[in-house]
Design a protein around this ligand. Sequence first.
Ligand SMILES: [Zn+2]
Ligand SMILES: [Zn+2]
Length: 288
Amino acid sequence: MEDDLGQFKERIAWFREKKPAYRQVLDFYEGIWEAQNEIKTTIDIPPVEIEENLKKIKLREGFSLLNKEDFHVDVLTAQKIFESVLRLEEKAPPRLREEMEKIKQAILHKALDIATVLSNYLDEKFLQDTAYQLKIDYPALSFLVRTSVESSVKANVRQFREPITMDIWSKGYCPICGSAPCMALFGKDGGKRYVLCSFCGYEWQIQRLTCPFCGNKDHKTLHYFFAEGNEGYRVDLCDQCHQYIKTVDSRNLDYEPVLALEDLLTLHLDILASQQGFQRPTSAVWAP
Ligand SMILES: [Zn+2]
Ligand SMILES: [Zn+2]
């Protein structure tokens, strides 16, 4: 996705025709992805050092290579993205638009310093307190902050491009940062199952009949339902931890899916899963 914005925009245009109900949200996200992409090459972060031997030991013992705290963020670039996204206010979903306006005012009146907020992006308590003091909706602030640091976070992972294969790592949490996945995919390569990390965007392969969140392998307590009339999408549910993950079955689609975009276009499946009492352990995209 990030490497080919042109192809990505083409896919968005196609979805706009196919799913008119999602037009506004697609416009908004397209603006976000453009803002992130525009500035990607200017991201300036030092490489994360990890010694080859330690890498092997960590993976063998089931430890992720990094902790979230090890990730470098280019605050200046993140701030530029934050400002660009604020300029997309008109395209934003209504509830978010209101919060963006409040944030703009807070910045204007020097009640909010974006660089400080972005430097503390991992400190949930700090973000909650800031939102509370400024009477800004916390999920809205958190969404904008995440969106702004995302490109930096992903830049840290670029050096780990070589795939970590299943014989080395088959855990449900990310081998790079230890976070839970936000989406799953059955590949066109015979239906191998891949998951996408909710924090760093790394993709890795996991076993098909396993809950990525609690490791449950008992087929009696693992089930799924398909999206109505479309076997390209399904929701995998686990009765043991009561969590779910959306899965895109690329074998039933006539195009190559981009998971971040598919996540956005399947919000109705998040609603269905939550109505059945299942939770999503990672933040959902901003609901329109
Ligand atoms: Zn990760
Ligand atoms: Zn589970």
